[in-house]
Ligand binder design. Structure first.
Ligand SMILES: Cc1cc2nc3c(=O)[nH]c(=O)nc-3n(C[C@H](O)[C@H](O)[C@H](O)COP(=O)(O)OP(=O)(O)OC[C@H]3O[C@@H](n4cnc5c(N)ncnc54)[C@H](O)[C@@H]3O)c2cc1C
Length: 285
């Protein structure tokens, strides 16, 4: 039997998991403790659950999937690649899958640093696997302070001449960051002419750079999609068809990660569509 891995335990991911499992698929769901749903103080516009807090709804969803027998994996996904099958890399493990649903929520990783948006595509990147090659033997920085940043820095260290880690005022949270030159100072701006040339810190010091890779927090929808060559539109939404399938056959995206109203109702609908399409394909094969 072919398996499906769903990344994301919010409304989109759990809805997909419920349909996939009930449709007879071997179903795995990878999620983390935090979700944007958990930030909602009170949900009053979702069917049958007035006044529920976002966190309660989130936990109820995860429990519902677990009670149904979905394989629940609480791990942070760091990257995805495609060899013979899709391979998901987490901080602890690697998983191979036949079908994949990305339900990691909206893109939220752009930091509020002057110059970041201006230099996107001109030295500022959100994907080391995609753009690392352009920085062969050059000086780059990874912006972040946790496991995902360490993962991106490790990848870049095989290509670039020098890899700094800029934590922008935060304490490093992953042991592996010790392998790099870590600068904890707050960044005032990113500057350059046509392309990025330097980071300027709040104390006035400057660091010459050819590129900067943003890896704040954990990898979200856009970062994971780009690592696989999945199309992402100008508003940082994953491009999907009416069944929520991306340009890579077998890979789907659902919820806030794709275009449309960012609400629980729509996320639940998206998850269902993706799972139903996989079930249809599985029956046809
Ligand atoms: C403050 C606030 C209030 C809101 N109020 C409402 C409301 O009243 N009504 C309403 O309908 N909607 C509301 N929303 C919107 C609603 O929360 C979202 O539309 C909905 O949660 C989207 O669901 P999702 O499954 O796409 O993503 P999310 O709910 O964001 O879930 C994403 C999942 O992906 C996981 N994940 C992310 N990255 C990784 C990774 N690298 N590895 C492993 N797992 C990962 C997360 O842990 C989480 O499980 C509100 C949102 C906010 C922020």
């Amino acid at each position: 039997m072919k398996n499906v891995y769903i990344i994301g335990g919010g409304p989109a991911g759990v809805s997909a998991a419920l349909y996939a499992k009930r449709g007879g698929l071997e179903t795995h769901l990878i999620y983390m403790k935090k979700s944007s749903l958990g930030m909602a103080h009170q949900i009053d516009n979702y069917y049958g659950a007035p006044g529920v807090t976002g966190q309660e709804l989130y936990e109820r969803g995860l429990k519902q999937a677990a009670d149904l027998g979905v394989d629940m994996i609480e791990e942070e996904v760091l990257g995805i690649s495609f060899e013979e099958k899709f391979t998901i890399t987490t901080a602890e493990n690697r998983y191979e899958c036949d079908y994949l649903i990305l339900a990691t929520g909206a893109f939220r990783n752009r930091p509020a640093i002057k110059g970041i948006r201006e230099f996107e595509g001109k030295g500022v990147s959100y994907c080391a696997v995609c753009d690392g090659f352009f920085y062969r033997k050059k000086k780059v920085a990874v912006l972040g302070n946790a496991t995902y940043a360490a993962h991106e820095a490790e990848y870049l260290s095989r290509i670039a001449e020098k890899v700094y880690v800029l934590t922008n005022g935060k304490a490093p949270e992953d042991e592996a960051l010790k392998n790099f030159e870590v600068i904890e100072k707050k960044i005032a701006s990113i500057e350059g002419e046509v392309k990025i040339a330097k980071a300027v810190f709040e104390d006035g010091e400057e660091l010459a750079l050819d590129g900067m890779f943003v890896a704040l927090g954990s990898a979200g929808s856009v970062e994971l999609a780009r690592k696989m060559g999945i199309l992402v539109d100008a508003s940082n939404k994953i491009v999907v068809n009416e069944n929520r399938e991306t340009n890579i056959p077998g890979v789907y995206a659902a919820g806030d990660a794709v275009d449309g109203i960012m609400q629980v109702n729509k996320a639940v609908y998206d998850g269902m569509l993706a799972a139903q399409d996989i079930i249809r394909k599985q029956k046809g094969s």
